[in-house]
Design a protein. Structure first.
Length: 86
């Protein structure tokens, strides 16, 4: 099967970044601990909306496969503290 020209070829394992957005920074940080657990990772506050209503948290961790990457994304997406995952 030939690779599609506009889809990047990603080699796993690799480091992957997720940007979580929500209304409570401490709830986002707790979400990361619940989902990522003891896997090596880093997280740092990123942006705050001009109104202060929303915050974002940048989470970086090593993913082993595309399925692993997608599973973490879906877990973040379904967590009640997270409004948006990028």
């Amino acid at each position: 099967m030939a690779s599609q020209p506009n889809i990047p070829q990603i080699e796993y394992p690799c480091n992957w970044d997720y940007r979580l957005m929500g209304s409570d920074l401490s709830a986002l940080q707790q979400c990361v601990l619940e989902i990522v657990g003891h896997r090596p990772h880093s997280h740092q506050p990123s942006n705050v909306s001009s109104s202060g209503k929303y915050v974002s948290l940048l989470v970086s961790l090593k993913v082993e496969t595309v399925d692993d990457r997608d599973a973490v994304f879906l877990a973040f997406k379904s967590h009640p503290a997270v409004r948006v995952v990028l």
